[in-house]
Design a protein around this ligand. Structure first.
Ligand SMILES: Cc1cc2nc3c(=O)[nH]c(=O)nc-3n(C[C@H](O)[C@H](O)[C@H](O)COP(=O)(O)OP(=O)(O)OC[C@H]3O[C@@H](n4cnc5c(N)ncnc54)[C@H](O)[C@@H]3O)c2cc1C
Length: 215
């Protein structure tokens, strides 16, 4: 029994195939109306009795589950980096705005409540960056990186939500209005906690890895 079979005893044997757009029975579904990521088209793919030649098999027959998990490990570093980018952009916008917006005769970045939000954002972004770089470093060196990729994805996607929500707060009423970019950052951040495995799934992966390595 392989490591993956031990970890996922209920898994079914899957195989991955390459399909061509022209194949009979294949259809692209309607564009989904999404909360965020509106510049990226998201559609379901419909397969009805599509006949696929056996030469289109990708990888080994029956090993598609493992291949998919490995693909997800790689993708999670990308989502972590993407989340970090959203967090950094929202933080920079909030930092700039807090020096321009004046209330009670001074820039709002003189108020401790705002300064503490900025301090937390900057500190957590630094933590997130280290997690992304560490996962990428291990991957580049050909070392195992499943746990680190999940940690980077989990932390940075939740970081993106925290930072973008605080950025909206620092912008006050303007934060909620589409003339300013921060409400979009908040909407774009949310899907990072869902796609490529939800935060709940990342916690399962991390727990599996740490418990497996402690036994
Ligand atoms: C904009 C967008 C783009 C996408 N692009 C792609 C793509 O390119 N390719 C692709 O394959 N998919 C894509 N997806 C799908 C995405 O990967 C899934 O939506 C995501 O993995 C969650 O799966 P689900 O929607 O089936 O949620 P569900 O599995 O139904 O989960 C619902 C809730 O239950 C929780 N849950 C589920 N199982 C467990 C468990 N065992 N323990 C604890 N909690 C659990 C989840 O965390 C979640 O909170 C995309 C989705 C979106 C929104």
């Amino acid at each position: 029994m392989t490591e993956s079979e031990k970890e996922h005893p209920n898994r079914v044997a899957l195989s991955i195939f390459i399909l061509e757009k022209e194949m009979e029975g294949f259809q692209v579904g309607k564009a989904e109306d999404k909360m965020g990521w509106r510049a990226s088209d998201t559609r379901s793919l419909v397969f009805e009795n599509v006949k696929v030649p056996k030469e289109n098999l990708l990888g080994q027959e029956g090993r598609g589950f493992e291949q998919t998990l490995v693909g997800l490990d790689h993708g999670r570093i990308s989502i972590a980096a993407l989340s970090l980018g959203i967090a950094e952009t929202a933080y920079e916008a909030a930092l700039q705005y807090s020096s321009e917006r004046r209330q009670f005769g001074e820039p709002i970045n003189r108020f401790q409540a705002i300064r503490f939000m900025l301090a937390n954002m900057a500190t957590e972004i630094e933590c997130g960056r280290h997690l992304v770089y560490e996962a990428a470093r291990l991957k580049d060196q050909g070392k195992p990186f499943r746990k680190e990729a999940s940690m980077a994805k989990l932390y940075n996607s939740e970081l993106a939500m925290r930072v973008t929500t605080k950025a909206v707060q620092i912008f006050g009423g303007y934060g909620y209005i589409k003339d300013y970019p921060v409400e979009r950052y908040m909407r774009d951040a949310k899907v990072c906690e869902i796609g490529e495995g939800t935060s709940e799934i990342q916690r399962i992966v991390i727990a599996n890895e740490i418990i497996k390595n402690s036994e």
